[in-house]
Write a new protein. Sequence first.
Length: 427
Amino acid sequence: MSCGHSPDTANPREETAMHDHRRLGRELDLFDTDPLIGAGLPYWLPDGATVRHALEEYIRAAERRAGYRHVYSPVLGKRELYEISGHWSHYSDDMFPPMDLGGEQVVLRPSLCPHHAVIFRSRAHSYRDLPLRMAELGAMYRSELSGVLGGLTRVRAIQLNDAHIFCTLDQVAEEARAALGMIADAYRALGITAARHRLSLPGPGGKYVAAPEMWRRSVALLTRVLDDSGLPYEAVEGEAAFYGPKIDVQVVDPAGRESTLSTVQVDFHQPERFDLDYMGADGAKHRPVMIHRSIIGSVERAVAHLIEAHGGAFPAWLAPVQLVALPISANELPTAQALVARCADLGLRAEIAEPERGTLGARIREARLVPYQAVIGAKEAVNDHIALRLRDGRRLDPQPAGDILTRIRALVAAHDTALWDHDGEAA
Ligand SMILES: [Zn+2]
């Protein structure tokens, strides 16, 4: 399996779980598929694209804060690139067949690692550049059989939250620890929990590169990181990447189906294959170690998990619509329109549920997944107040609209999962 996105073993509950996020995805207009585009090739509708964009921006900002630099690399590469990386001999069952192009063969990439290794190699590096953290939210492809495709969990085109850290052997433990910290922070913001941490080791069979000493060293490093972290974990054979062991963060969907979302991997193999080096303090060339890490794994699987974990009621910072303005009558429509415009100025996503769409009760039910429901009656319109209802049913006393928007914007900017406060009391 490849960096950050491992296939799962199907179990009897798979159908139920996949049906769940597929059903919600369609009902909530998040994503869909069309036989004309093809199986395993979902497209994102505007509301789904909004969730995805918010998620991707969160990841990019977190990576920038943690010292990562972002790159872009193409989704195709020459067959030779994957022969060097080892994908061709260890992973070709999961790759699309090569395309003949003017006498050479190119393939849709099965992972981003080889491109990043080549980018590292393209410039001279000294020990002062390390750890060099290279990140990309990039596309990769897997030739899944059509029988197992569905929704966002088994797809043929994958957007991977990927990064490779090129570092010295001494820096590996700290970098892996920091990546686990980023994963924990992201799970807090996303309102999801890790079911367990897994130390994924090689198993019997020929899909792993044969280098016993390399495996011994990399397993020892990751074991130390997990032991020091205090996190409970279990070691499982047969789940490693072909080039090295992994720490996998497992999540479980409401149907009890487990999958890997996040991963931290140590790799001595690809730096060797691509002949990567840096100039040490001693003036001699040294080989860097490569850490592969993904905070949320593939965007597709992460959003599938978020849909199922929250039943479509996303944390406010991720919600496609964060605030719905509910004018009691047509008289309050201009005030509601002005409120939506103020939200847009503040970077909040808001829309109006007009009175002609039904009674206030019916409109509130329709907007039940929207975190903030701003009711505007005649009195509120005159005073520039809002009677705010929260998605969880709490109702706040009418307050100045400006105060409410400031509060919502602060919660959204902090990626807070609390709708209003932390003690469950309406302010
Ligand atoms: Zn990788």
